[in-house]
Design a protein around this ligand. Structure first.
Ligand SMILES: *Cc1c(COP(=O)(O)O)cnc(C)c1O
Length: 412
């Protein structure tokens, strides 16, 4: 073999020299999948800003192609590969594929695994853009979408047909923070030979690992908790090696082409180093804020999975270690009260997105109303009332956040 072939061979089979079997989650979030000896002993992962790779010979070029497209940056980048290995390890998956955004992850998953005539089962409440894709996008391609109430997993029994290819849902659900029973849904789907994919964005692998509960595929918007700093978009699909190979070879290569920028991969690797610490803080503050809101007379209801009053509290305790920083609430004064309260906030920022160091609050009904001027059929997801506000509790001091909310609520 030529030296270039030797090098490719070494790359294809390389594993980290520091064996991290037995290391805890927080340690693996900092080290897994990166061997600094292979990168000039740089302690931080280098960023490879290149769109293509040169080869010593035509034969070496051919060998790289045979290794699964190590030719061009849409399919291969060393920084991105480290992120894929680390996320797969943290989620307990065989392999991972990172993409340009959470929506790119969902699109790549569905367009690679389903064809015209196939059926997709989804839970009836979904993140607004995923809902738009399943209601408007997928039917354009002849994919039938069946919305089911998965809060009772046995509802799957009547919905699965011999064309059903996948069951997809979020838990916790955006924006309601309701919880679905991953193990129960997986059991019903598997008994009919159907795979299950879970969007676990609201929890991150620090709090919930759906594969350990029986799911087959997990997706995340990396834009949210995993990056955690509100400065990059990204998405990931995690699961078995065979499915992930297919998603890379068809989905990423030519169906969506939605590659993650290597610079974003670097930022997300940096964010990931503090994921464990951040989630502990988000969860502690999320609970404290939820309790304070629940005690306020102007508040009609609070949905936070680790409050005793939450309808899915038991399932949440079974499948999540803590509650994260996501909660939903409504006021006695409804839609108008929500708008007034939000305008009075001085610290918490009125913005979409979630999972950042900065606390963010948004009112889906107001944004849906404005979207109607662009799309007349824009509507709130099932189960989301026009009083609902979604609050992403950040990493500020919880007492400051509670004080800001209380001054905005008093006399509302
Ligand atoms: C934000 C979000 C997405 C979409 O991710 P992007 O990175 O914004 O494309 C998907 N699912 C959930 C639950 C989300 O919160």
């Amino acid at each position: 073999m030529t030296s270039a072939e030797d090098q490719l061979e070494a790359e294809a089979t390389s594993t980290p020299s520091r064996n991290d079997v037995g290391l805890a989650f927080a340690t693996r979030a900092i080290h897994h999948g990166y061997d600094l000896a292979g990168f000039s002993n740089s302690v931080q992962t280098p960023v490879f800003l290149t769109s293509t790779y040169g080869f010593e010979s035509v034969a070496a070029n051919e060998a790289a192609a045979a290794l699964g497209g190590r030719l061009y940056a849409r399919e291969y980048n060393p920084t991105t590969e480290i992120l894929e290995k680390r996320l797969a390890n943290l989620e307990g998956a065989e392999a991972g594929l990172v993409l340009a955004s959470g929506m790119a992850a969902f699109g790549t998953l569905i367009l690679s695994l389903l064809s015209q005539g196939d059926e997709l089962i989804v839970h009836k409440t979904l993140y607004s853009n995923t809902l738009a894709m399943v209601e408007q996008g997928l039917p354009q391609f002849g994919i039938k979408v069946v919305a089911v109430d998965l809060s009772n997993p046995s509802n799957l029994n009547g919905a699965i047909t011999d064309r059903t290819r996948l069951v997809f849902f979020e838990t916790p659900i955006n924006p309601l923070s309701r919880i679905l029973d991953i193990a129960g849904i997986a059991e019903h789907a598997h008994s009919r030979g159907v795979k299950v994919a879970v969007d676990s964005t609201f929890a991150s692998p620090a709090l919930q690992r759906p594969l350990e509960l029986g799911a087959d595929i997990v997706i995340h918007s990396l834009t949210k908790y995993i990056n955690g700093h509100g400065d990059a978009l990204g998405g990931v699909i995690l699961g078995d090696a065979k499915t992930l190979h297919l998603l890379r070879e068809t989905g990423l290569r030519y169906l969506t082409g939605a590659a993650l920028s290597p610079l974003s991969a670097f930022l997300i690797l940096r964010g990931l180093k503090t994921l464990t610490l951040r989630m502990a803080r988000h969860s502690a503050s999320g609970l404290a804020v939820a309790q304070a809101l629940e005690a306020h007379p102007a508040v009609a209801w609070v949905s936070y999975p680790f409050l005793g009053s939450h309808p899915d509290h038991e399932i949440a305790r079974r499948q999540m270690s803590q509650g994260s920083g996501m909660l939903a609430l409504g006021l006695q004064t409804g839609f108008e009260g929500a708008r007034r309260m939000m305008d009075r906030l001085k610290l918490i920022i009125r913005a979409v997105s979630l999972g950042d160091a900065d606390s963010l609050i948004y009112h889906p009904a107001s944004l849906t109303r404005s979207r109607k001027s662009i799309r007349t059929d824009a509507h709130l997801p099932d189960g989301v009332g026009d009083d609902l506000m979604r609050l992403s509790v950040g990493l500020e001091d919880a007492a400051d956040l509670i004080a800001d909310l209380e001054q905005a609520l008093d006399g509302i």
